[in-house]
Design a protein around this ligand. Structure first.
Ligand code: MG
Length: 332
């Protein structure tokens, strides 16, 4: 069975789709109430609110699919803002003719990831566009999280001497998608790092009170995220190329394509800006967690005015800017 235009007309077919697929898979009371808006309870006066739209191509890749990604992207933006993600909205834009079985599979993956991330999908939407007017499936998610006001994360707290810590190898999401796009498969399958980070971030924030700021280096990669932070915090950041963790197969794939790993997307990585005193302890803490064993201190904050430098493995220094141009469209 395939998705018909009538699945998006708001009538009987739309209702069937809602009940057979969406409600069945998410099993959420609030969603099942089918109000025009979900009525929510807030446990904090401080809310974090974030939205993201996912247009990745292909919609399935090693280590994930567009459903899993749609949860991780939004949940991680809330988590790096110091919030506990709680509620999610999900909107599907489906191309006419999309297989129903595949839609169920992706919705299940989205629901499983939401459960893992501790968020409830409480409202949503489905639209269908004519064949050829969309590319299979797009998903938007919007999330609400509760902020613990005890944690104050701000650019203003970033000081010279602070260290940059990352929780694992870079560019794995981009390399996995490149692999999935290749007509001739790569010799090794690279898994995307796509994962919800709310638990490890919550524990890190609780343990290490000198975490000044966090950012998830998604589109634009580590270099773009660090350059933005350096500019906003009015500091200079220097990264050490030799310290930046990267799996050899990821490096190899990107070299083959002439792509710089520092500008490649991650979907399960977080950059911490933390005091010098707690940086190594934070790395040890992360190393003990499953999936974070490649965590490392990768750089340092200096006095400056928004510059980002990379001390290269061969002893040189490169100035890095924001990503310019789009080497890999539709990566998320
Ligand atoms: Mg982000």
């Amino acid at each position: 069975m395939r998705i018909l235009l009538s699945h998006g007309d708001g009538g009987q077919h739309t209702n069937d789709l809602l009940h057979d697929v969406i409600h069945n898979i998410f099993q959420d009371e609030l969603l099942r109430e089918e109000r025009d808006a979900a009525l929510l309870r807030a446990e904090s006066e401080h809310l974090a609110f974030s939205t993201d739209t996912f247009v990745i191509n292909p919609i399935e890749f090693p280590g994930g699919d567009i459903g899993k990604l749609a949860v991780c992207g939004t949940v991680n933006d809330l988590a790096v803002s110091g919030a506990i993600p709680v509620y999610l909205s999900v909107a599907f834009i489906i191309e006419e003719g999309f297989p129903l079985k595949k839609l169920k599979h992706i919705t299940q993956s989205l629901a499983d990831t939401a459960r893992e991330a501790g968020v409830r999908v409480v409202t949503g939407d489905t639209k269908v566009v004519e064949k050829g007017k969309g590319d299979q499936l797009y998903i938007n998610t919007t999330g609400i999280g509760f902020v613990n006001p005890a944690y104050s994360l701000s650019y203003e707290h970033i000081k010279p001497g602070d260290r940059i810590v990352i929780n694992g190898g870079i560019a794995e999401h981009a390399a996995s998608v490149i692999g999935a796009r290749m007509e001739v498969p790569l010799s090794t399958t690279i898994q995307s790092d796509c994962a919800p980070l709310q638990t490890v971030i919550k524990e890190a924030l609780h343990e290490y009170r000198t975490i000044r700021f966090m950012r998830d280096p998604t589109r634009g990669g580590v270099a773009t995220a660090m350059k933005e932070i350096a500019e906003k915090a009015h500091v200079q950041i220097t990264l050490q190329e030799e310290a930046i963790p990267i799996r050899p197969e990821v490096r190899g794939t990107l070299e083959l394509m002439g792509l710089e790993p520092y500008y490649m997307a991650n979907e399960g990585k977080v950059l911490f800006i933390v005091s010098e005193e707690e940086a190594e302890e934070l790395v040890h803490f992360l190393n003990k967690k499953q999936g974070h064993h490649m965590a490392a201190v990768i750089g340092e904050v200096h006095e400056g005015r928004g510059e980002l430098y990379l001390n290269t493995a061969i002893g040189g220094t490169r100035k890095l800017g924001l990503l310019s141009g789009e080497p890999l469209p539709r990566i998320c």
